[in-house]
Design a protein around this ligand. Structure first.
Ligand SMILES: *[C@@H]1O[C@H](CO)[C@@H](O)[C@H](O)[C@H]1NC(C)=O
Ligand SMILES: *[C@@H]1O[C@H](CO)[C@@H](O)[C@H](O)[C@H]1NC(C)=O
Ligand SMILES: *[C@@H]1O[C@H](CO)[C@@H](O)[C@H](O)[C@H]1NC(C)=O
Ligand SMILES: *[C@@H]1O[C@H](CO)[C@@H](O)[C@H](O)[C@H]1NC(C)=O
Ligand SMILES: *[C@@H]1O[C@H](CO)[C@@H](O)[C@H](O)[C@H]1NC(C)=O
Length: 281
């Protein structure tokens, strides 16, 4: 009895240590995609696959609603639809092969696109040389650390701002810039671009832009319009001068050549009978 008990434990240990492959094949589990960014309330398709020839059990662990879309036992994969994401989560694919279970996880980042990009110029009317503020606000955006707000004047970048902090809930983001009104500001429109770079989370870059705003700059007459008027006046005067010089020259030449002819016409006129010479008017 005691000798059997002595041999029993080492034998069991030996069996476990030396022959792990005899009872169960090693196998692999894959989940695709490997990382994923999904919009709030969005849904995704996930593919779980295994190298196990005859998996006994397959599944996807998640507290969210899921549907098995397709199961291909021959090729050892299953496709699930997971829907209505509300916050960052982990999905777990599992397969059981010869009584052994393996898991593979997928991190899902939930993002919320800015619904609006609101640009405000404060005050909307400003005298040249006076300060004004450009303010851009994006409500309910997530994740904030993926956001860049860019203030633009025409195509020129005035300010780029990134944000920190990994909040669970969507948050508002604001960037402001203090500036001084110049005549240039009158001619160009201001806008604000919100960019969500989801590439580190397995997504894309998503951009939205505000309505363009024009600053009402007043007080001094624009130097540019003064310049345009000056150039126009100088051009017209120059044109008139050159034209009159040319005309003088041409007519002078013409008169010189036909002077004799003119006298002849005059003489013929004088020779006409008086009745014909009276003016018709
Ligand atoms: C799921 O993944 C397996 C293995 O990579 C592949 O053979 C199969 O075509 C995929 N199914 C779908 C629907 O993408
Ligand atoms: C799953 O879907 C059902 C009906 O479509 C819904 O009532 C339930 O709230 C959903 N559960 C989650 C966690 O979204
Ligand atoms: C989606 O989830 C939210 C809460 O996260 C729940 O209120 C809503 O009913 C769900 N919608 C569906 C269609 O399951
Ligand atoms: C501002 O940020 C955008 C988007 O990240 C980038 O394309 C641009 O080059 C940046 N501009 C400056 C001046 O930093
Ligand atoms: C802009 O000016 C206001 C007061 O005029 C000041 O309170 C604010 O901090 C300034 N903002 C920046 C970004 O410099």
């Amino acid at each position: 009895m005691s000798s059997f008990g002595c041999w029993g434990l080492p034998a069991a240990l030996l069996a476990l240590l030396c022959c792990p492959g005899s009872g169960e094949e090693t196998f692999e589990v894959h989940i695709w995609p490997e990382k994923l960014a999904v919009e709030t309330r969005g849904s995704v398709e996930v593919n779980c696959s295994t190298s196990c020839a005859k998996p006994e059990k397959i599944g996807l662990e998640t507290p969210l609603n899921k549907t098995l879309l397709k199961y291909d036992p021959q090729n050892q994969w299953a496709q699930f639809l997971v829907s209505n994401f509300s916050q960052d989560t982990v999905l777990l694919c599992h397969f059981t092969c010869n009584g052994k279970q393996l898991l593979k996880s997928l991190r899902v980042s939930v993002y919320q696109l800015p619904t609006q990009v609101i640009l405000k110029l404060q005050p909307p009317r400003v005298v040249v040389g006076k300060p004004f503020t450009i303010e851009c606000t994006v409500p309910d955006v997530k994740p904030l650390e993926s956001l860049t707000l860019t203030l633009l004047r025409g195509k020129e970048t005035l300010q780029n701002q990134t944000f920190g902090g990994a909040a669970l809930a969507p948050q508002d983001a604001t960037t402001t810039l203090n500036s001084t009104a110049s005549t240039e500001d009158r001619l160009l429109s201001f806008s604000c671009q919100a960019e969500l770079d989801l590439r580190p989370h397995g997504g894309y870059i998503i951009r939205s832009i505000s309505e363009p705003q024009i600053l009402e700059v007043y007080g001094l007459p624009g130097q540019d319009s003064q310049m345009v008027i000056l150039i126009t006046v100088v051009s017209v005067l120059l044109f008139l001068f050159v034209t009159s010089v040319l005309l003088c020259f041409v007519f002078g030449q013409h008169w010189h050549r036909t002077r004799t002819g003119t006298y002849r016409v005059l003489a013929a006129w004088r020779r006409l009978p008086r009745a014909f010479r009276t003016h018709p008017a």
